[in-house]
Design a protein around this ligand. Structure first.
Ligand code: ZN
Length: 443
């Protein structure tokens, strides 16, 4: 779960991810454009349905199965994390790891890394079978992965190395807070966690992302110039638009914004460049520019900070109750004792699991804002609909409203296409309506 918290910060790189079986879209969209546009009075609801109907039922069944499998994976990941925590506590392995650390040195601050490093390795090993199924086997099964086992596993080891370094630093600071502020640690701990998320987000484009992919400035002028024109129109510094070789890992079409403050950059991936038309690329990039212009990185950090504060406040009371009841049996002395880390992780992962719909909703609402910015900047409603269908290769296109509330961290395909068709139906003028009222030259 600590790993999940760390990588939550990486989620500040807001994905507009879309895996794309390349073959699928060209034929369908030609047919759709005809059926949608031949309507004499444009009906957004009917147009949305017409776009959705272009997806063959076997493709729809496959993407529904992939996405709905993800609902269960949320549950299995939570149950596995909980089981690992309870196992480490009840078997007193956690207490023995703490005893081992204490025997090595009398200096309290060193106990934390001596405990944390074996803890992270042990948790990684125990969760490896589910990790292997979810992120390697299942991705291949659905045709999204492009890596064979060795390069995949190499990246896993890099990820584990990052967890060991970044996670251990976080725990050293957090446990220093626990030792020095036994009653108010949940407030100071929140400040530490938020500053930590900012720091990880800030260094990610410089030190973390290059470990997995290569980023370079956009090359092809036919693609670059229209994108840079949108960047200029929104006062986004040109040096922040990049392309990334994501095809190294996946067939998904995607783009993202990552970094924080001075390191923020927008990147589109090579799958997107290969498989989308210019209107679609412009729409995706305009969406990502929305994240940048609307300051979504800072806003999400604020929202996550509020969730962390509530989570730590609940943890403070619950941790004490549990330690009173089982502390002696498990060999856990209190919040400042590293042997209690699995209990801390158990409480926080339960909190995150229960809050899944709210965390998803916070991100989804932010994504919807970026969609609105994207359609208004790119002015490509059909491009937006086509990209939404491509995203539909791995995200259920037409969920129930309850399903969308609980499980969707981006708007569904139906919601996105409807937004695009509503925009199209409104026929917004682009300066033409005020052509007769030009601004006097002296102003
Ligand atoms: Zn986005």
């Amino acid at each position: 779960m600590i790993t999940r918290v760390i990588f939550l910060s990486l989620a500040v790189s807001l994905m507009f991810a879309a895996p794309t079986p390349a073959q699928q879209t060209a034929k369908q969209s030609a047919a759709t454009t005809i059926s949608v546009e031949s309507a004499t009075s444009f009906d957004p609801a009917a147009a949305t349905q017409a776009w959705l109907n272009t997806v063959p039922s076997e493709k729809r069944a496959k993407s529904d199965a992939y996405f709905e499998g993800g609902y269960w994976l949320i549950l299995w990941n939570f149950l596995l994390a909980g089981a690992i925590s309870i196992f480490l506590l009840a078997s007193r392995i956690s207490a023995r790891m703490r005893d081992f650390a204490e025997r090595r040195t009398l200096f309290g601050a060193i106990h934390v890394p001596l405990y944390a490093i074996p803890y992270f390795v042990l948790v990684y090993l125990l969760s490896f079978p589910l990790n292997l199924y979810e992120n390697f086997y299942r991705e291949h099964q659905y045709g999204f992965a492009t890596q064979s086992f060795i390069p995949w596993f190499r990246e896993q080891l890099i990820g584990l190395g990052l967890t060991l370094i970044i996670g251990t630093i976080l725990l050293i600071v957090l446990y220093a807070v626990f030792r020095h502020a036994a009653r108010t640690w949940w407030i100071w701990g929140t400040i530490v966690a938020v500053l930590f998320l900012c720091a990880v987000a800030f260094i990610a484009p410089i030190y973390i992302e290059p470990l997995f992919n290569t980023y370079k400035p956009l090359g092809n002028p036919e693609i670059r110039d229209p994108i840079l024109a949108m960047a200029r129109a929104n006062e986004i510094p040109v040096k922040q638009v990049f392309e990334v070789d994501a095809s190294r890992q996946t067939t998904r079409v995607s783009a993202n914004v990552s970094g924080f403050l001075g390191t923020t950059r927008i990147a589109l991936n090579d799958n997107l460049l290969k498989e989308c038309t210019l209107p679609e690329i412009r729409e995706v990039m305009a969406h990502e520019m929305g994240h940048y212009v609307l300051n979504h990185g800072a806003k999400l950090l604020t929202y996550f900070g509020i969730f962390i504060l509530i989570g730590f406040a609940l943890t403070r009371s619950l941790f004490e109750v549990v330690v009173k009841r089982w502390g002696a049996k498990w060999g856990v002395r209190g919040i400042a004792d590293p042997a209690g880390l699995p209990l801390l992780v158990l409480i926080l992962s339960t909190f995150i699991f229960v809050l899944t719909p709210f965390l998803n909703t916070v991100v989804r609402v932010t994504e919807r804002e970026a969609d609105a910015f994207g359609i208004n900047t790119s002015r490509e409603p059909d491009g937006m609909a086509k990209v939404a269908l491509k995203l539909g290769a791995y995200r259920k296109l037409d969920p129930t409203p309850l399903e969308e509330f609980i499980f969707f961290d981006h708007p569904s395909g139906r919601a996105r296409i409807r937004m695009a068709m509503d925009w199209k139906a409104a026929h917004l003028p682009a300066g033409e309506s005020s052509a007769g009222e030009s601004v006097p030259a002296s102003q």
